[in-house]
Design a protein around this ligand. Structure first.
Ligand code: HEC
Ligand code: HEC
Length: 291
C-alpha cells in the first residue's frame, strides 16, 4: 500500500517535472518578450519603423530615410496580419534579420541595417520576435519606397550582397576581453553604430578601411568614434554624452543621434553602457578625414 502511494507521488512529481520542462522548452523556443523589448531598444528598431508624426503608432512604419539612392520608408512591423508581419513565423523573421531576405525570397535593401543585425544571436532574435508579437497592432499600410532609377530593383541587391554582405552570426574576436566583446556586439549586431559613423562607397557599402572614421548622414556629420576623437572625453564624460546627449561643452547631439540617445543609449543597463565605452576605447584609430 505504502509503496503504491509512494509510486503515485513519484509519478506525479515526474509528470509535473515533465510539464515544467516542456513549458520551459517551449518558452525558450518562443523567446522572452521582456528580454526582446531590451534587444529592440539596444537595436533602435522603433526609430526607423515609426513615423515622425506626432502621436504615431510605434512600429506602424512610415519613417522616411533619405539616402543618395532615394527615400526609403520603414515598413509596418506590428503583428497586423495584412498591414504588418502578423502572418510571419519565427523562421521568416530570422531569415529577414540574418539574411536580409523576404519570406518570398526577395532581397531587402540594406537601408534595413541587416548587414549589422546579421550578427545577432539566435536567442536574441527569438526574444525580439516574441516582443514584436506583443506590440499593438496597427493597420497603417507600409509606404512604397521612392528610389531613383535603377536603384528600385531588388534583384541586383543579390550582387550587392555577394560583394559586401557577410552573413552572421560572427564569433567575437578571440583576443577581446569580455566587456570589449560585449561592447562589440552592442555596437555592431544591435546598435549598428557603424552604419552612420562610417563612410560608404558609391554602391552604399561601408568602407572597411574607414570603419567608424566619420561620415555624412542625412545632411549631418556623424563624427569619428575612434580614440583619435573620443579621447578628448574621460569615461565619465563619455557616459554623460551617450546617455544625455549633452557634451561637456554644452553642445546637444541632435538629429539622428538624438534619437539613438533617447531610444537606445539611455536605455542600456550600466554594465552594457560600460561595455560599449570599453569597446569604443579599444577601436583601432582611424585618422580624421579632411573636410
Ligand atoms: C536604419 C533604419 C532601420 C532600422 C534601425 C531597422 N529597420 Fe527594419 N527596415 C528598414 C527598412 C528601410 C526596411 C525595408 C527594406 C526593404 O524594403 O527592402 C525594413 C524592413 C524590415 C522588416 C521587413 C518588413 C516587411 O514587411 O517585409 C522587418 C521585419 C524589420 N525591418 C524589422 C526590424 C527590426 C526587428 C529592427 C531592430 C532590430 C529593425 N527593423 C531596425 C529600416 C530599419
Ligand atoms: C542614424 C545614424 C546614427 C547612428 C545609428 C548612430 N549615430 Fe552617433 N551620431 C550621428 C550623428 C548625425 C551625430 C552628430 C550629431 C550632432 O552633431 O548633433 C552623432 C554623434 C555621435 C557622438 C558625438 C561625437 C562627437 O565627437 O561629438 C557619439 C559619441 C556617438 N554619435 C556615438 C554613437 C554610438 C555609440 C552609436 C551606436 C549605439 C551611434 N552613435 C549610432 C548619427 C548616428
Amino acid at each position: 500500500m505504502f509503496k503504491a502511494i509512494f509510486d503515485l507521488r513519484a509519478l506525479r512529481c515526474l509528470f509535473a517535472a515533465m510539464v515544467l520542462l516542456l513549458a520551459g522548452g517551449v518558452a525558450q523556443a518562443q523567446g522572452d518578450a521582456r528580454k526582446g523589448l531590451y534587444i529592440s531598444k539596444a537595436a533602435g528598431c522603433v526609430g526607423c519603423h515609426t513615423s515622425e508624426a506626432k502621436g504615431a503608432e510605434a512600429y506602424a512604419g512610415g519613417r522616411a530615410l533619405k539616402t543618395p539612392f532615394g527615400t526609403f520608408y520603414g515598413p509596418n512591423i506590428t503583428p497586423h496580419p495584412a498591414a504588418g508581419i502578423g502572418k510571419w513565423s519565427l523562421d521568416d523573421f530570422r531569415r529577414a534579420i540574418r539574411l536580409g531576405e523576404r519570406p518570398d525570397g526577395a532581397h531587402y535593401f540594406p537601408a534595413f541595417p541587416y548587414p549589422s543585425f546579421t550578427a545577432m544571436s539566435d536567442g536574441d532574435i527569438a526574444d525580439l520576435w516574441a516582443y514584436l508579437r506583443s506590440v499593438k497592432l496597427a493597420d497603417t499600410p507600409s509606404k512604397a519606397h521612392e528610389l531613383r532609377f535603377p536603384f528600385g530593383f531588388r534583384a541586383p541587391v543579390a550582387v550587392w550582397k555577394w560583394l559586401f554582405f557577410n552573413p552572421g552570426p560572427v564569433a567575437a574576436a578571440p583576443a577581446a576581453s569580455t566587456a570589449v566583446a560585449r561592447g562589440a556586439y552592442l555596437a555592431g549586431a544591435l546598435g549598428h553604430c557603424a552604419e552612420c559613423h562610417t563612410p560608404r562607397n558609391f554602391l552604399g557599402a561601408l568602407k572597411a578601411s574607414r570603419r567608424f572614421g566619420g561620415a555624412e548622414i542625412e545632411g549631418k556629420y556623424a563624427p569619428n568614434l575612434t580614440p583619435v576623437r573620443l579621447k578628448k572625453w574621460g569615461d565619465g564624460e563619455l557616459r554623460e554624452v551617450l546617455t544625455t546627449g549633452m557634451t561637456p561643452d554644452g553642445d546637444v547631439l541632435a538629429a539622428a543621434m538624438g534619437e539613438v540617445v533617447t531610444n537606445t543609449l539611455s536605455q542600456l543597463t550600466p554594465e552594457d553602457l560600460a561595455a560599449m565605452i570599453a569597446y569604443l576605447r579599444a577601436l583601432p584609430e582611424v585618422p580624421e578625414e579632411k573636410r
